[in-house]
Each structure stands twice: as C-alpha cells, then as structure tokens.
Design a binder for this molecule. Structure first.
Ligand code: AHG
Ligand code: MN
Ligand code: MN
Length: 346
C-alpha cells in the first residue's frame, strides 16, 4: 500500500474542512459506521472457525429466519452507534420498531437505518455479503423520535453506503457529492480510498435478476428480459450476459464497477409482500449511490428516491444501474400503464 494512500478518516476530514460537504457530526457518525463494519468483517472472516455460522430459532419482523451473523452484525452496529452523540434513533431490518438513543447518551440530529447483513443466504457458502446503510436528518423541533420521523423519501438521505465482506472488504460511500470507494487494508486495519467519483457506464449488455421468478413477473419486466434473451437476432440486436450473486450488495457493487442493470421487480410470487427488497434500508441507499454515480434507479415508472414511505419495513420494486437500460425499463412501465405498446426502441 502506498504511503500516499488517503485513509477514510482523512478523506472525511477533507470532505468537512476543504469541501464543506459535511458537518463534523456526520463525519464522526460515518467513522462509527465504518468501525462497526470492520468488526463485522472480522466476524465474517472467522466464519465457521469461531462458530458464528448457522441459523437461530428466531425470526425477524419480516418473518425470515435469522442467521447468527444477522444478529451479531445488528448488535455490533447498534453498540457502535448508540453512544457517539450523533444520532437520535436507529432503525434496522432486524428490529421491528425503531431504537431511540438511550437517555444516558447525548442525542444527535441524525437517523441511521441499516440492513446489518445483506445476502444472508450466502453466509454458509462463503459468497460475498454486506452491510447497507442510510442516514437521514431528523426534522427540527422533534422532542420524542417516533417511527414516523424516519418516513422521509430517499432523496432526503444525507449519506448512503454499503460495505461488502468478500475477497476484499470494501466500503462504498456517498455524502451527496459523488461516490467513493475504500478498501480495508488488513495490515493497518483502516479503510483507504481507492476510487473517487465512481461512474457507472451508461450502456451495458449485462443484467442481474432471479430468473426462477420469471413466470411471476409483470409484463414490462418480461418484455425487457425477453428482448435481452433474444440477443443479436432480437429487437435489441446484441447479445446480453447474466450475473446473479443473490446478495444485493455484491450485485450492485459489480454494477458500480463495470455497469449493468439489477432487477428485483414486483412479482406474483409474493403479492402480499409487494416485492422482495425493503425500501428504507435496501432500495433507498442503493438508489442514492447509483444516481450519484450517474446511473438511474426506479421502481417501475417511478424514481425510487421519490417514493413517500408509509412504513419502516415497506417493500419496493428495484430496477437500477446503467442509465440507458433503466430508462428503457421505465419507458416499458410507462407504456404498459398507458396501455399502448409501440415497437421496441433500438
Ligand atoms: P437479506 O439477506 O438482507 O434478507 O437480503 C437478501 C436479498 C438481496 O440481497 C438479494 O438480492 C435477494 O434477497 C435475494 O433473494 P432471493 O434469493 O429470494 O431471490
Ligand atoms: Mn438485504
Ligand atoms: Mn439482512
């Protein structure tokens, strides 16, 4: 590692002092989140050797069986973030209701939301998993924080990011001024900046979707994937490639690096759940990162970041990535809503 590498701490200080992008309290909050991610990374690294793999008897609010690492990651994030004085409350995929900061600690002005461990089904098979987080600002004048104070549309996020635990531990972050990536240097135990101003290529020939749900998709998604699958002989006139890790963090990370489109659409398989992914701590932070990297993120015809949330754990359709492909998907949804279907775009 070069002596000139910029640590996350230094990078954050520069965002505060030099660029005026963030106040000190947000800088310190991000430092705390990153510290928690390092601890989760260590727990993931140790894996079976320290007995942290496997499922528990418990379920979370979504009715999903919790893995040991889901709970460990949740506890690490809670413990690391509740005493710093920068937060008013925390919300997590693993907690039914919000976690207000205990009165013994000072209360700050931010709200933190996270999916402590994304891609839980990949834990035992040693495939990349991660943590996703979102930071909101608490409205002025709130005496007692309630769940409703979290229900802000995603465009009000002041920061969003994720950390992948894979061959490398990588933190990807946006403070609303582009996207930067930081690699964990295991020798130093610190994150160093490896990429500034990440940009998603506008065009792509790669898509990511769970194809086993095909028969349950709505018509615009079927149309889009059918046209991709038709390849060079089809209306798109080119061949497409498919990648699907099954951990949103890993799929989105690939798209930020080399382009592509990720879809977890509404499907008839879970009609009562109205989609698989959660808006507040999965779709919104990823949508902010993708937009900040020049891409697009929609839930059909609507921009994800404009959805007005009505519940902490509500779900949303997710289609994000390279701008041209996501715009095409958005058009297909609009056309379906208007009931017309002109010839496919080329
Ligand atoms: P989580 O592990 O936090 O519940 O999220 C898993 C999500 C997401 O990472 C992934 O894209 C999707 O679930 C995969 O789900 P299926 O395997 O059911 O398609
Ligand atoms: Mn998840
Ligand atoms: Mn999770």
């Amino acid at each position: 590692m070069s002596d000139h590498s910029v640590s996350l701490s230094r990078w954050l200080i520069e965002q505060q002092r030099t660029h005026g992008h963030i106040p000190a309290s947000l800088r310190l909050l991000i430092e705390q989140v990153a510290r928690a991610c390092k601890r989760i990374s260590r727990a993931v690294d140790k894996g079976a050797s320290s007995g942290v793999l496997g499922s528990l008897q418990s379920s979370n609010v979504q009715g999903e069986v919790q893995k040991q690492l889901d709970v460990i990651a949740n506890d690490v994030l809670l413990e690391a973030n509740e005493w710093g004085g920068h937060l008013a409350a925390i919300a997590s995929e693993e907690l039914e209701t919000i976690h207000p900061i205990p009165h013994r600690f000072p209360r700050g002005e931010y709200l933190l939301l996270f999916d402590p461990l994304d891609g839980s089904s990949n834990i035992e098979v040693n495939v990349t998993i991660g943590t996703i987080f979102s930071v909101l600002h608490l409205d002025e004048g709130v005496a007692e924080v309630q769940g409703e104070h979290f229900l802000q549309p995603g465009h009000r996020q002041v920061a969003a990011g994720y950390c992948t635990y894979g061959p490398q531990t990588t933190l990807v972050l946006s403070l609303g001024h582009g996207v930067s990536s930081f690699a964990l240097d295991p020798d130093q135990g610190s994150f160093v900046c490896t990429q500034q101003d990440l940009r998603i290529p506008e065009t792509t020939s790669e898509f990511a979707i769970n194809m086993s749900n095909m028969r349950h998709w709505a018509a615009p998604v079927r149309r889009y994937i059918d046209e991709c699958l038709a390849g060079r002989e089809g209306p798109r006139g080119k061949d497409f490639n498919m990648r699907w890790v099954g951990s949103m963090v890993a799929d989105v990370h690939r798209i930020l690096q080399r382009g592509g489109v990720f879809l977890y659409p509404w499907d008839r398989l879970y009609p009562n759940l109205a989609c698989r992914l959660r808006l507040m701590y999965e779709a919104n932070p990823m949508a902010m990162l993708v937009e900040q990297a020049g891409g697009m993120a929609v839930a059909g015809s609507q921009r994800i970041l404009d959805i007005q949330p009505t519940g902490l754990h509500q779900r949303a359709a997710v289609m994000l990535g390279s701008r041209d492909e996501v715009e095409r998907l958005r058009q297909y949804h609009l056309e379906a809503e208007e009931g017309s279907r002109p010839p496919p775009m080329r």
